[in-house]
Write a protein that binds this ligand. Sequence first.
Ligand code: AMP
Ligand code: MN
Ligand code: MN
Ligand code: MN
Length: 290
Amino acid sequence: MIDLHTHTHFSDGSLSPEQLIQRAVANRLTHLAITDHDCTGALENLVDIPEAAALQIIPGVEISTLWQQREIHIVGLFIDKREKTLQDLTRNQQQLRMARIEEFDQRLDKIGIPGLLAYIKTLPCQAAGRNHVADFLIENGKAVDKQQAFKKFLGNTGRVKTAAHWCEIGTAVMAIRSAGGIAVLAHPDRYKYTRNKLNLLLDEFKECGGEGLEVSYSNLSHDQLLRLATVCEQQELWASVGSDFHTPAAGWMDIGRIRQLPQGCRERAIWHHPRWSATSVGAGTAQELN
Ligand code: AMP
Ligand code: MN
Ligand code: MN
Ligand code: MN
């Protein structure tokens, strides 16, 4: 029971770190990576959470990057959250996120939907994103759900769409590695690439020092899982598993609810990576989390 991709309310998840860990324990997880978008605030003070002693917590992050004008997410596992290169990068990405929110705020204001900035400031998040804007639009009756909020307002054809200026893949991978982490390419099928294009992306990712590929995650069909397992083997990457859990409200996904790695891929499972045992920070060594 291992889940290496989850979010808290420090980015666009709905649970606090404490609630996330309690849910992971209730779901009988043995290992949980907390991987918020472009921030590590959820990794502070984990020792104060009693349930954190019941499982291994792997400090992580999910960094937004741009590759050929598309948004590609890189998960970092086993990171040292205090390392300066990574801190500088996440701080910069958070500033880009706030600048983007201000742009959304102005554009929404112009079409008669004021108040986004004030709404965002009430949230506990360090890394505001389009999901928060979607929540704001839904709360104000401007969209019925997230899909509609993206279609009408925030997506590629939306009324207030704005470009993102995330860092390059190499910058994210380098920061993760500087912080002692393993860089993993997140949810590869979501980019809707052909096999050739995905291989091009992975070639570049590996050249930059990327080491892992998410092979199993929420909402993945068995065929897709087998396809990704083959890509992972051919590219000689470590295979990662992560639900990308955000909220209990999305009933179709939960912490740890992911398919097992297919047989051929199991020897490449990321828990065989040499860094895994060396740095997993868990119950007995919880002070390492701070
Ligand atoms: P951001 O970090 O602000 O770039 O927001 C990216 C997040 O927005 C993704 O991780 C998805 O959760 C969500 N998202 C992006 N596009 C869509 C879409 N078309 N429909 C629903 N959610 C989306
Ligand atoms: Mn998210
Ligand atoms: Mn992602
Ligand atoms: Mn994610």
